[in-house]
Design a protein around this ligand. Structure first.
Ligand code: 5GP
Length: 111
């Protein structure tokens, strides 16, 4: 796989993994913007939300369920942000679909 996340999924680059199954990997963000900043990454190489195909979209319920579990595990179930940067204009830098789960401090308004 071609991106940093692909390399992490393949075990070629290190990462702090906090959850993994056959379809989804969750790692800690290397540059956290809050006390809890996780990246929920489908293992399938999907470049961005906008190009996800109907089969890919079937992963979404599981991604949301994993987000709920991670929020509980990391003590932020009472307040967190779950977001996707889709495309360069939105700030996407790694073109392998991933969901940011951010919490652990009071979050300001969205930009
Ligand atoms: P994007 O800007 O594409 O939505 O998010 C990419 C995220 O990946 C950023 O928050 C960035 O800090 C994180 N990141 C970049 N390189 C690495 C890495 O090698 N390891 C980990 N764990 N996170 C990374």
């Amino acid at each position: 796989m071609s991106t940093i996340f692909g390399q992490i999924i393949e075990g070629k680059l290190p990462a702090e993994k906090v959850f993994e199954n056959d379809r989804i990997l969750v790692i800690k963000d290397i540059h956290p913007v809050a006390p809890v900043h996780l990246l929920i990454i489908p293992k399938k190489e999907i470049a961005m939300m906008q190009v996800a195909e109907s089969d890919d979209l079937k992963l979404l319920p599981e991604i949301f369920a994993v987000a709920q579990q991670m929020a509980e595990k990391f003590g932020v179930a009472d307040g967190y942000r779950l977001l996707v940067n889709n495309g360069e204009m939105a700030g996407q830098t790694i073109f392998h679909l991933h969901f940011h789960l951010i919490g652990g401090r009071r979050l300001g308004p969205m930009a």
